[in-house]
Design a protein around this ligand. Structure first.
Ligand SMILES: C[S@@+](CC[C@H](N)C(=O)[O-])C[C@H]1O[C@@H](n2cnc3c(N)ncnc32)[C@H](O)[C@@H]1O
Length: 496
């Protein structure tokens, strides 16, 4: 029986009936075929046909799925998410699955002292690998303990980190009631687990999760963790991981009509491709993205990875993809991203039990990984941007491109806030950008100058727009950057 025949019968029956059993298709096909064989033929098409298949004994009930509407959160959902993100606790079920996986892989208890010591060693050697740059950076995920180390040390932070990103996108109206997401370089499934968790928390929206990964050890861990975590939740469908090297992927290897593509902490590991080659690859893969879909690129916040991400963003912008956030081009000019080191910060996670056990040793700080700092960009094919504001034609603000002319003078600027507070207990320090800057520009707020007129800088979220009046320009020779010093007479105004 040709697959497309079974599919046409499914399409025909689903046009006639709102709800039916999959076994009914047997009446329409001449050949003898089992219900499971029918399901296997049609299962990958169900999402695009807006159909759901609910297992019922040996059969499946086929029902109409909701359309792709903008996901709108109720006040209760928002409260739930805010409190989850505030505490940053990995759900117990997920912690248990990771512990069970460690038990299965080592044939010992997950908290056996020998197992814990081996994981500590693997964490140390993995961290040493991540710190290398360029061609020297060769990270392998072929050994079982490297995956266990990843699950213990990196996974918890990246899991909560992606939930912050997802929630931000949701508040912006970028998520839909029915989404197809592909996660590239999925590892043991950090991003899919976060997506599954998020959609399970909501209950009124559906997601189909696809993933791509190179290493078998990661794929094995993924299989043990992600589908198990999402099991019994009809609104989350986890597809088998596609085993592939991202650099060799073609758009045809991906499912059709993808709503979101995620590259979390992976592009920096593909040292075989140049920046332009990465941009060309992403552009090619984006042909499988729906017109209002999103590509989310995330990299660690260190200077090397963060600046490289900004360069990649710029190359992608040149290839026709548009930046939704965090950068805004308020003067309608292109920026010079070569030295742009900008990252988002969120509150620390609550370390899971496994992390606490690992840290229960002479050097606990080596095994505690709780702070969330990341660089990201969201790209789109359409022209939607997070910030709509453009500087009005006759506005009296200096462009940061001309800041050298104003050294030791006071100016007014309009800019976006591009970091959390980088300062100490005497000064607050924030990176700012107006999309024209050639050098790094920081706003400095000495604590003794803080007052109601200028402390709005502390309330603006990452990427938000500020007008700053009467600020003193200082050149920092050592860092070849500019500092804008807020005084008692300076004013900071948030642009809504
Ligand atoms: C640092 S981990 C990130 C895992 C996950 N995305 C996260 O954020 O936690 C990088 C992952 O990308 C995978 N990876 C690296 N290069 C790859 C390539 N060329 N093709 C496919 N996967 C790759 C690695 O095997 C690893 O699982």
């Amino acid at each position: 029986m040709p697959a497309n025949k079974v599919l046409s019968v499914l399409k025909y029956v689903s046009r006639m009936k709102k709800e039916f059993m999959l076994s009914e298709l047997k009446d329409h096909v001449k050949d003898e075929i089992s219900i499971q064989a029918i399901y296997d033929e049609v299962s990958s098409s169900l999402f695009d046909l807006r159909l759901n298949a609910v297992p019922m004994g040996n059969d499946f009930r086929i029902t109409r799925a909701p359309g792709k509407e903008t996901l709108v959160l109720s006040p209760e959902d928002k409260e739930l998410m805010s409190s989850f993100l505030k505490f940053g606790t990995i759900p117990k079920k997920l912690q248990r699955l990771i512990e069970q996986y460690i038990g299965e892989k080592t044939s010992k208890d997950w908290d056996d002292p020998i197992v814990l010591e081996k994981i500590r060693w693997a964490i140390q050697s993995q961290k040493a690998g991540y710190w290398k740059e360029g061609k020297a950076k060769k990270i392998s995920y072929e050994k079982g303990y490297s995956i266990l180390a990843y699950l213990a040390y990196q996974f918890p932070v990246y899991f909560i980190q992606f939930q912050h990103i997802l929630y931000g996108m949701e508040l912006d109206g970028l998520l839909k009631t029915r989404m197809k997401i592909v996660d590239f370089g999925t590892g043991p499934g950090t991003v899919p687990a976060a997506i599954a968790d998020h959609y399970m928390r909501l209950g009124n929206a559906e997601v189909e999760i696809h993933s791509v990964e190179l290493y078998d050890e990661n794929i094995e861990a993924y299989k043990h963790i992600v589908p198990e975590y999402a099991k019994d939740n009809l609104n989350v469908k986890v597809e088998d991981t596609i085993k592939a090297n991202i650099k060799d992927l073609k758009a045809d290897d991906l499912p059709d009509k993808v709503d979101m593509m995620v590259f979390s902490n992976v592009l920096n590991e593909i040292s075989e491709l140049s920046l332009d080659e990465k941009a060309a690859l992403l552009k090619e893969l984006s042909t499988k993205l729906v017109d209002d879909g999103n590509i989310v690129l995330i990299e660690p916040a260190d200077k090397a990875n963060s600046t490289e991400l900004r360069r990649l963003m710029f190359a992608l912008k040149g290839s026709g993809l548009n930046v939704y956030s965090p950068c805004s081009f308020i003067w309608c000019a292109g920026c010079k991203p070569d030295e742009c080191w900008s990252f988002e910060q969120k509150n620390d996670i609550n370390p899971p039990v496994l992390m606490k056990k690992l840290a229960d040793c002479e050097e606990p700080f080596r095994y505690l990984n709780t702070d969330i700092k990341y660089s990201y960009v969201i790209l789109r094919k359409d022209r939607l941007t997070r910030i709509k504001y453009k500087v009005p034609l006759k506005a009296k603000f200096a462009r940061l491109a001309t800041i050298d002319k104003f050294t030791d003078k006071r100016i007014n600027i309009v800019c976006s806030l591009m970091s959390g507070d980088l300062g100490d207990n005497q000064y607050s320090v924030y990176k700012v950008c107006d999309g024209t800057s050639r050098k790094q520009v920081y706003v400095i707020l000495p604590f003794h100058n803080m007052n109601v007129e200028n402390n709005a800088i502390k309330e603006v979220e990452y990427g938000g727009i500020l007008k700053i009046y009467d600020v003193l320009v200082k050149y920092n020779e050592e860092k070849d950057s500019y500092n804008l010093i807020l005084g008692k007479m300076s004013a900071v105004e948030k642009v809504e």
